[in-house]
Write a protein that binds this ligand. Sequence first.
Ligand SMILES: *[C@@H]1O[C@H](CO)[C@@H](O)[C@H](O)[C@H]1NC(C)=O
Length: 333
Amino acid sequence: MAAGRGGGRRGVTVALLLLAALTPAGAASAAALPVVINTWAFRTAAETAWRVLESGGSELDAVERGCGQCEIDQCDGSVGYGGSPDESGETTLDAMIMDGNTMEVGAVADLRRVKNAIGVARKVIEYTKHTLLVGESASLFAVRMGFPYEDLTTQKSLSLYSEWLNQNCQPNYWKNVVPDSSKSCGPYKRREEVTYREEHTSSQRSVHNHDTIGMVVIGVSGTVASGTSTNGAIHKLPGRVGDSPIAGAGSYADSTAGGAAATGDGDIMMRFLPSYQAVEYMRMGTDPTVACQKVISRIQKYAPKFFGAIICANITGSYGMYFVLQTKFLDPN
Ligand SMILES: *[C@@H]1O[C@H](CO)[C@@H](O)[C@H](O)[C@H]1NC(C)=O
């Protein structure tokens, strides 16, 4: 495992693989607005969001277009179509977007056959009084909103799926079942005795199958917007939804305090509402890097082997990040 921190301008060099950040050119200090930060080195996403702000778009537009760029680019295969096939070989998408002025959230989960998940999430804010739509019904809503209905499967996702079938469906997310899920494919039946202790091995859960784009944008006036987009955990059970589309888990934005976005082992992270917690720390005046760090250490107390990263920015434009990862990930490639 490795742990690290980064903040302000240092964040860009210390954590090259973990954070893309754009702040005004020639800014004397890290605290300058606007700020665009996102998880991982998805720099084209940050640049797209930045251009939206430059051309007079809103913070919400910037988040939508920035994360949407990753959906088009299929960032790391973990965002957008053609990645992370579930147990039945299908790619499904989760996304959210949050307006830190009104505290409105639009989100979709288990979205099928529609590529622009964060675009649909935005439409949930604009055209409904709801917050979260899921599954096939979310797809029907998307089609009604004018999004194309298309296959998300690609040669790449098909081959990931067939490799997985060929290696006895390893890894997978079942436990306490027969036949033994650590050795065989399903269909599984439940075992009578249940062990509650969770065991995570690094081979089962690696950061490579949990990347997500999470983005925080703070405009010159201090308006905060945030969003996420992902195709979730590879080989997940159909119907599984992680932290990304959940407000306060995947991301959180509050124009009176700041914004945060988290990525990593979503099944664990969503239990702690890390993005909400980080924003609350910043509201109390905690430095963004320290806020990120405190959130991660709280989760580690319960799940020592969990991996994840969180990015935090406050409304005066300081930002930071903190992460715990398998050291393997830090190797180039
Ligand atoms: C944002 O963080 C910086 C660095 O810790 C701090 O100096 C500044 O006061 C913070 N801004 C707010 C509004 O808390």
